[in-house]
Write a protein that binds this ligand. Structure first.
Ligand SMILES: NC(=O)c1ccc[n+]([C@@H]2O[C@H](COP(=O)([O-])OP(=O)(O)OC[C@H]3O[C@@H](n4cnc5c(N)ncnc54)[C@H](OP(=O)(O)O)[C@@H]3O)[C@@H](O)[C@H]2O)c1
Length: 241
């Protein structure tokens, strides 16, 4: 039987490409999207390529939407093998200094990138525990690396979008905390840097194509029992926290 994967924010960008690549690896993929029409459109596109995918309404900021999504997945599949927490936002105003970003931006960034990720994970953990080997992939960013932000000359040193960066540092920290809880189970949870990828968020000048940007999430979603947990990875390489 195929594994079942749910990807949040999978109607476009890295999430959609992750859905495509997982479906090519014989995973049945549930495309989560906050806008139902966009999710259905994305699912139809992949179905048109002969892939086994379905759409699911899931606004990660809405507790009722999360509860309804858990109900749907329970009813349709009874278990979940892979959760890819991919939905994310970057809201910092690039014209403002680190100290000038508004509290509203900080709160909205953490609401989606951190608190919603925790809430979605908590909600789907019972279904993941029913899998023989549940996998949780938290889509983070190299921009969450505190070590590299503190290092003059590092590739991210001058890229200070603080609300986004600190939200991804927290995603990394959360991943380590959850991995501790799950260490004596078959489950694994890891944080991913996809690369700087051409998407609406990454911009058209980003050096990495979508096809490569999805590879790390796909690899960690399909980890076997010998794979890492509580790690921060990009294309098989460990990254500095
Ligand atoms: N692109 C890069 O260079 C890069 C680098 C490092 C990390 N990342 C991370 O990779 C992930 C995917 O980014 P991307 O580049 O593919 O960005 P993107 O093209 O902007 O896609 C973001 C996705 O998240 C969804 N989303 C946002 N808020 C949501 C909510 N409340 N509920 C459900 N879905 C929500 C968006 O839905 P809508 O279409 O409805 O807005 C969209 O599907 C993010 O976590 C991002 O931080 C990206």
């Amino acid at each position: 039987m195929s594994k079942i994967a749910l990807i949040t924010g999978a109607n476009k960008g890295i999430g959609l490409e992750t859905a495509r690549q997982l479906a090519h690896r014989d995973v049945h993929v549930i495309i989560g999207s906050r806008d139902r029409a966009k999710g259905v459109e994305a699912a139809l596109r992949l179905q048109g390529e002969g892939l086994a995918v379905e759409a699911l309404s899931l606004d990660v900021l809405d507790a009722a939407s999360i509860a309804a999504a858990v109900g749907e997945v329970t009813q349709r599949h009874g278990a979940l093998d892979i959760l890819v927490n991919n939905a994310g936002v970057m809201l910092d105003d690039p014209a403002k200094k680190v100290s000038e970003q508004s509290l509203d931006v900080w709160r909205r960034t953490f609401a989606t990138n951190v608190f919603a990720m925790i809430e979605v994970t908590q909600a789907f953990l019972p279904l993941l525990r029913k899998s023989a080997a549940g996998r949780i992939v938290n889509v983070s960013s190299l921009l969450g690396s505190v070590t590299l932000h503190a290092q003059p000359g590092s590739p991210i040193y001058d890229f200070k979008v603080p609300a986004y960066n600190c939200s991804k540092s927290t995603v990394n920290a959360w991943t380590v905390q959850l991995a501790y809880e799950l260490k004596d189970t078959p489950m694994k949870v890891n944080a991913v840097h996809p690369g700087h990828v051409k998407t609406d968020m990454g911009g058209p000048a980003a050096p990495m194509e979508l096809v490569d940007g999805a590879k790390t999430s796909v690899a960690l979603a399909l980890l076997d029992a010998s794979g890492p947990t509580g790690a921060f990875l990009h294309l098989g390489e460990s990254l500095p926290w």
